[in-house]
Design a protein around this ligand. Sequence first.
Ligand code: GLA
Length: 382
Amino acid sequence: MSATLINNVKNTFIRTFKTDPLLIFSPGRINIIGEHTDYNKGFVFPAAINKGIVAAIQKSELDFSTAYALDLNGKIEFNLDKLKPLKEGRWENYVFGVVHEIQNKNKLIGNFNLVFKGNIPSGAGMSSSAALENSIVFGLNELFDLELSKHDMILISQKAEHNFVGVKCGIMDQYASMFGLKNHALLLDCRTIESQPYEIDFKDYQLMLINTNVKHSLSDTEYNDRRFACKSISKLLSVKALRDATEADLEKIIDKVTPANYQKALYVIQENSRTLKAAKAIEYGDLETLGSLIYQSHNGLSNQYKVSCHELDFLVDQAKANPNILGARMMGGGFGGCTINLIAKTQAEAFAEKVSKAYHREFNKTCSVYFIEISEGTHLVK
Ligand code: GLA
């Protein structure tokens, strides 16, 4: 968490609203493995990181509320009642969505002022959206004594994303951001919404992210389409979610689905089992196996689930050609954003330099390398 970021948000708040705010840090997340399994009620393996959103919030004496997105230099004054989503892609939808979903739970809030800013680029696949939603619901919960549990809060954040932002996301991002633990990844069962922490100490290896710096414009539609396809296949299989199906079950309905959708469902079933295998590999300190599962995950995301893109595939191919990297894959929803790489510590800088040059040569644009720390979930900054 960056002290400069915190001071920036805090000082802007004090300058603008002439009172001291509550300060909240809400992290983004990485995901070791288990992609597109969350809305299939399966397993994911995320962790909160030391990058995210800082929000400053305080009650307002006026008869309207104000939100200020410092990154975008955007400011909006609004009334709390009858909030409706604005045009797709507007940052205000995160704020309005959270307020609306809190009210939907019959919780009363008064007017407030909010300033926020982050240090993860949106579209990086590191869940700046969940971080923002969580920071707002957490702040409002504190400010107005709403007595919401962390579970209540993440469900509010998720609904805000569904109903105001327009992405029918699973629960992974909001969960990881809210419940994150220092130095631990969380093996989350997305049916029970309960997780088991795994200490992450990869000895001579570390995780490194490479951002393609691309976000394809259709990614939200494509995401919702995938979710819909999975749902319709579960119906055909007469199961609640794909988590409940096996490869053999799927084989039985092969004639009833398109080859493309067959591959998508197969991917989900396989990824779910890879995630459980990855947890075992981490438990036994078997990084070779973990790395190989990570490569397989990318292969499935790219060739079966079809949510990768040239830039992501290129970065994973670069990793594969390097013996110092045990595994690499795209991370998050896809169609851009980051790859996550399991790389030998001593080789990370050299690879970062090499891959950056190669990426520029290939696409005539730059990628960004991030070294992250696994950190605590959404909390008040004292
Ligand atoms: C996005 C969504 C998550 C999850 C991932 C893919 O990050 O918000 O719920 O579905 O994509 O694993």
